[in-house]
Design a protein around this ligand. Sequence first.
Ligand code: URA
Length: 433
Amino acid sequence: FSAYSIIQKKRDKEKLSKDEISWFIDGLTKGEIADYQMSALLMAIYLNGMDIEETAALTDAMLYSGKVLNFPEQHFIDKHSTGGVGDKASFILAPIAAACGVKVPMIAGRGLGHTGGTIDKIESIPGFKTEISLEEFEKLLRERGVVLIGQTKEIAPADKKIYALRDVTGTVESIPLITASIMSKKLAEGAKGIVMDIKTGNGAFMSKLADAKKLAESIRKTGHRFDKNMMTMITDMSEPLGLAVGNSLEVIESIETLKGKGPKDLTDLSVALAGGMIYLAGLAKDLKEGIKKAQASIDDGSALEKFRELISNQGGDARVVDDYSLLPVTKTTFEVKSKKAGYVTKMECTELGKHCVRLGGGRQKTGDAVDFAVGFVMNKKIGDKVAKGETLMTIYCHDNQMKIAEEISELVTSRDITISASKPPKKKLIIDI
Ligand code: URA
């Protein structure tokens, strides 16, 4: 094989063989295939797709690029999202599920395209380590019930490289690439069951419901092939989840939610996904009972305690739970004021996500440092009434970013947030299970 001929083949819409795919991924992992060759293949896959067999071969090649753990006990369950704006549900549902007796081996990603990443966000907590050895991973999981790391040199190393390239090459929105990326991590971490939050709407990678359903099916099939218990929920991503977007700001909102003071959509979704995990774990007779147990762990404070434990288990400063000033957040803010009165009816959610990246909350090219302190908080959500001059969102930026904040404000009021005379119909948060 040669990298050149495999790229050409996919460029010309031909089917790749299992051996070609595994040779390419193996070469990437060993450093024998250059990033620019991988990027070219990613774009060819993005444009020309992969069938079920190719997707399975890609997933397997990425999975076996590193070590594969296996916890066959039913109560080892994880969750993953296909990615959204303001999606910090993992910080809430992982401690909830752990507080309810689920073992949660979570391997998450960094920012991807216009979306933030769980691993970037959690690293805004001073000292928190997201790269730990496999022995430590297993020990923490068995003894403490929950562990949260990123792809490492040992686990899903091919995804680590591919993910970073996709982030900056416009090759994210692809069913085979998303399936292989997510499932290589989830299968490698060894959970027996996986709850998948499949996002749809204009802030999701699969903005159309029909595509989100196809992605859900692709992910479920991959899980079943490996004898995993799967639950997929298709959920709305047509506006940021909760109010906060940006690394530290999202950690703060997650802690508030664990304290029972979170925004309703974020609380409801986190509790539903955690309920699904509790059910798949065999610790509730149905989803409804799982949800009840999940809510109870917020109400009695046990989920918050688990989050505190999770932070200190991984070297982080758990005092952040009680003192948000320990988290980096800019002192300077800029309020985006509405130019019109009416109801918020629509948001360009992907564009909102890109504003956070532009402020430095995400990467423009691989290796960029992420600024934990910037982002924004929505003052209005879809369906809210707004007066002329009222604040729509509050941007958190550095003093030298005022011009950027002004430009963002102009785009938000003229393009990204639609205000109309009549109240829009209420939309469903969980569209399908
Ligand atoms: N999350 C992942 O881990 N990978 C993707 O491709 C999308 C979301």
